[in-house]
Ligand binder design. Structure first.
Ligand code: SAH
Length: 340
């Protein structure tokens, strides 16, 4: 049976009309689910028993549960079990500006990035809308407080699960529900060009981050197979359209991999690639994993790379690291659980 958390408020309106009930129940039920956070349909007091019975015939509430939490001072890592026994993970980070949750969008991933732990196991399936929504609801419940920011950067390629992703955004952004502002939501993609173009026309101001990781096709082809389908020229053209249509600032993520993409030449090439775009570059110290051979660039070289970008007037930050101690980075918890 499907979860009620798969439905946007608009879907709920259609549902109530389809069972010959009242459209306004959608707002009421939405409030019970996302504001009052009921644990059972029986706790709903302003919708008639018969209607609730009908809902219960078609929908369940939760279809995921937390099975493990690892906590460090500024980061919590959650492992979830889905109804079919699969596992996904989400990471909660405490910042000075609030709390952000990094959620998963698929079970496994088909993008095959060479440095990435999550991609070592092929995609099993897309996550349902509810399975994304519940990562947030269950973490807020465990935490006892609200989350201010959401990033879709966990396991999976969100733009390979585009329709569910957008419904998920509609639900968490809905002012009558969890109400997380679009500007507090970020989605990261490895660069699926047709979906970037579609995203350019979205009526919500969600932030976009692009996993770039290399400044030229030769190198990018080696570490990110998606580049063979959508080479840099196509990607950059799509991003220019995105920037023009949305007037927003774009983030490029760039993992620094020792002796692979961290040379001064690479930095200069990167400058050329992004010069003039309304963007900034987030340099990511690589999280080494036991199963993959890439090594982390040392701090001195990271700073050299950073300086080159800075001197050339490119906006640049270095990502703060979370969760090293609790083996919490990028797909590691799930790998541990499933002994991949
Ligand atoms: N598929 C999407 C979102 C998930 S990956 C994407 O590619 O953007 C989220 C980010 O983590 C990506 O930038 C990815 O390249 C990066 N990443 C993957 N493995 C990593 C590792 N071991 N250390 C640091 N960053 C990593």
């Amino acid at each position: 049976m499907t979860s009620i958390y798969n439905l946007t408020r608009e879907d709920l309106e259609k549902y109530f009309l389809s069972i010959n009930s009242k459209k306004f129940h959608a707002d009421q039920l939405f409030d019970w689910l996302y504001v009052k956070r009921v644990k059972s349909f029986d706790d709903v007091t302003n919708i008639k028993k018969e209607v609730l019975e009908e809902i219960k015939k078609n929908y369940i509430l939760n279809n995921i549960k937390i099975v493990n939490v690892e906590k460090d001072q500024d980061v919590h890592k959650y492992l979830f079990e889905l109804n079919d026994g699969e596992h996904i993970e989400a990471v909660l980070m405490f910042h000075d500006y609030g709390t952000s949750v990094c959620i998963s969008s698929q079970v496994g991933c088909n993008m095959g990035c060479k440095f990435c732990e999550s991609g070592r196991r092929k995609k099993v399936r897309n996550l349902e809308v509810s399975e994304m929504v519940l990562q947030i609801l269950l973490i807020e419940e465990e935490l006892g407080s609200r989350i201010s920011h959401v990033v879709v950067m966990g396991i999976g390629e969100p733009f390979d699960n585009y329709d569910n992703l957008i419904k998920f955004f509609r639900i968490i952004n809905d002012p009558k529900g969890i109400s997380i502002g679009a500007r507090h939501i970020t989605v990261s993609t490895c660069g699926i060009v047709p979906k970037i173009l579609e995203f350019s026309d979205l009526d919500m101001q969600i932030n976009l981050a692009i996993s770039l990781h290399a400044p030229n096709d030769e190198l990018r082809n080696k570490i990110m197979p998606i580049n063979k389908a959508y080479p840099l020229k196509e990607l950059m053209d799509a991003l220019k359209i995105y920037l023009k249509k949305t007037n927003r600032r774009l983030t490029f993520e760039y993992i620094l991999l020792k002796d692979v993409n961290d040379s001064e030449d690479c930095a200069l090439e990167l400058v050329k690639l992004v010069k003039g775009l309304n963007c900034y570059i987030n340099l990511i110290p690589y999280n080494e994993t036991n199963n993959i051979d890439f090594k982390r660039t040392n701090t001195i070289q990271i700073m050299r790379f950073y300086d080159i970008l800075k001197k050339n007037s490119i906006g640049v930050t270095i990502r703060k690291e979370f969760g090293g101690k609790i083996s919490a980075a990028c797909g590691q918890l799930r790998s541990k659980k499933e002994e991949l």
